[in-house]
Each structure stands twice: as C-alpha cells, then as structure tokens.
Design a protein around this ligand. Structure first.
Ligand code: BEZ
Length: 329
C-alpha cells in the first residue's frame, strides 16, 4: 500500500512539475514600436501576436505598445538590453546608431525602386548582418521588414537642390541621413515621428524627409507646397528580441517565435511593394506641386555620402554587390 501511494505520489509530483514548468515558460511578451496603431508595422506586430497565441495554444501572447508608449527607439533598445522589454519592431536607423555597419543600407540610390529594396533586404548578406546584433547590441535580430522609400515634403517651392540649402529639414535621428542632408547643404533637424506634423504646420521646420505611406496617411501634404518624389533611400525595419529574454526561452519557443515573427516582418515588404505607388498617386492627386527627381538632382551630395561611408563600413561594398546582383529580377 505504502509503495502504491509513493508511486502515485511520484507520478503526481512529476505531473505538477510539468504543469509548473510550462506555466513558467508561458509568457505575455511586450512588443514596442514608435509607429501609430494604423501603420503597416503595427498591424504586422498585432498579426504576429495573434498567430503566436494560436500556434502556442494560448501559452504565449503578445501585447503591442504602438506610438512610443514605451519611449523612443533609443529607450526601447535600452529596455531590450536589460530585458525590461521583450520585443520591438524598430527602424534599422536606430540600430545603425549602435552598430555602424547597418548605416550601409542608407546609401543614397542603393535601391533602384521599392521592389529592389525588398530584394536587397531578403539577401543572405543582409540576413548575415543580423548575426552581430547579440554581441554588439544585446538583442537578437530575427528578420527585416521595411517602410517606403524616402521622399521630401517642403513648405516652399523647390526647383533644385540649391533650394534645399539652408532649409530646416526634419530627419529621423540617425547619422546616414544627417550626412546626406549636410552634403546637400540643408540644416537637418532630427525629430521623432510624433512631433513632425505640428513642426511642419507651425513652420518649426521648412521641410521633412518622409515616406509615401505617412505623407498620405498623416496628411503631411496639408502644410506643404512641394512634394519631391526623390526615392533617395530605402528604410528598413528589424524585428528584435531581447537577448536576455531569448536566452531564457526553450529551443522550441525560439523556433516558433522566429518563424512567425519573420513571416509577419517579411509581409511588410510585400505590402510596401504593393501599395507604394498607390500612395504616391494619391499624394500627386492632392494638386500640390509634385516633382519626380533622381540622383542627378542632388549633384555631388551622393558621391560625398559614398566617400564618407566607404571609410565607416566595409559592408557598403558588400551591399552594393548585392544591389548589382538583384537589380533586375
Ligand atoms: C520616420 O522617422 O520617418 C519613420 C519612422 C518609422 C516608420 C516610418 C517612418
């Protein structure tokens, strides 16, 4: 009898241990972004969370914090490093502030068009760059997404690059874009996304660097005279998981999270390839002065940028090779 109870007791303890273990590994992950709730990135984050919950039979869920609710990207990256934040969908711009090699993605006119930008991001070279993130930044880079190519919206008329000289021009806060507008002779003004509409409306800045989705969705054209469709840079995004949080996950959970997150990040590339032209057409349809310009418009600013960045990272040459190989597919 004693033996039977002991055997039963052992079985019960083992079952309890199993339940406790799976409860301990069950987690509601917090995922932060700076983009508004309606943005393509935020929707992709929500869809990732829904699928993770379904695929893990409810063991894991994701609470998405859009619109800088958890702080700006620099702050979120710090939170990821300490493990205070689990995940983020973040501009590669912010990552390039910590790991210089990522600045190579912003070589002006590296990508010929939005689909080409997607092919560069899907290359093995781009994927390989993520391997350095645990060591250099304390985060795991799961995969890339992207936003649209960069355009310029100006309160005044702009007929040549000389007209941009001296203009207070809003930029996302990171070095490659700062170097580009300095080469043009503008006065680049780093400013986070939520501050941009008012700054353009009240004349705190004369112009902004922005993508077609947000120019259209957030009506930046309202307070502008000229839209330059310059397509001058790609704008990658990366899905990050805290290195500390990652270390505490089982192999099985890591594989599931990586697979689903990659799928939803990658879907943003398809979305921009599909929708970019429609946004541009709608912006052109607003009746504002709409001018298409190319690399020649910027004179020697592109060469200056290339010279500066050739010294900063050898990755630039590798990405140029990828860009050449994927130019016409
Ligand atoms: C921006 O800073 O312009 C930006 C940030 C995230 C997504 C799209 C644009």
């Amino acid at each position: 009898m004693t033996q039977t109870i002991t055997a039963l007791g052992r079985a019960a303890l083992a079952a309890l241990a199993l339940v406790t273990a799976s409860a301990a590994s069950a987690k509601d992950f917090r995922l932060g972004l700076i983009t508004p709730p309606s943005h393509v990135w935020t929707k992709a984050a929500e869809a990732f969370g829904t699928e993770l919950e379904e695929a893990s039979d409810g063991a894991h869920s994701v609470t998405v914090f859009p619109a800088r609710q958890l702080g700006n990207e620099a702050e979120m990256l710090q939170q990821l490093q300490t493990g205070a934040l689990d995940m983020a969908f973040m501009t590669v711009a912010e990552v390039s502030n910590r790991v210089t090699d990522f600045g190579a993605f912003y070589a002006p006119y590296l990508a010929n068009d939005i689909a080409h930008a997607g092919r560069i991001l899907r290359s093995d070279t781009a994927k390989g760059m993520l391997d350095q993130l645990p060591r250099e930044a304390g985060v795991v880079g799961v995969a890339y997404g992207m936003a649209g190519l960069r355009q310029i919206v100006s309160r005044g008329e702009v007929d040549s690059a000389e007209d941009l000289a001296g203009l207070k021009l809003r930029i996302t806060p990171f070095d490659p874009i700062l170097d580009f507008y300095n080469a043009i002779g503008a006065a680049p003004t780093p400013m986070p996304l939520p501050a941009v509409y008012d700054a353009l409306a009240n004349g705190q800045v004369d112009a902004i660097d922005m993508d077609a989705e947000l120019i259209w969705a957030l009506k930046y054209y309202d307070h502008a005279d000229t839209i330059l469709q310059s397509d001058h840079m790609m704008f990658p995004m990366v899905g990050l998981v805290s290195g500390r949080v990652w270390a505490g996950l089982s192999e099985e959970d890591r594989a599931l999270i990586a697979e689903l997150m990659e799928q939803h990040l990658d879907s943003t590339i398809d979305t921009y390839v599909e929708l970019e032209q429609g946004w541009l057409d709608q912006i052109e349809g607003t009746g504002k002065t709409y001018v298409k310009v190319d690399r020649d418009f910027f004179g020697d600013a592109v060469d200056q940028w290339n010279a500066t960045w050739a010294d900063k990272t050898a990755t630039l040459d590798e990405l140029r090779k990828v860009a050449e190989d994927t130019a016409s597919q």
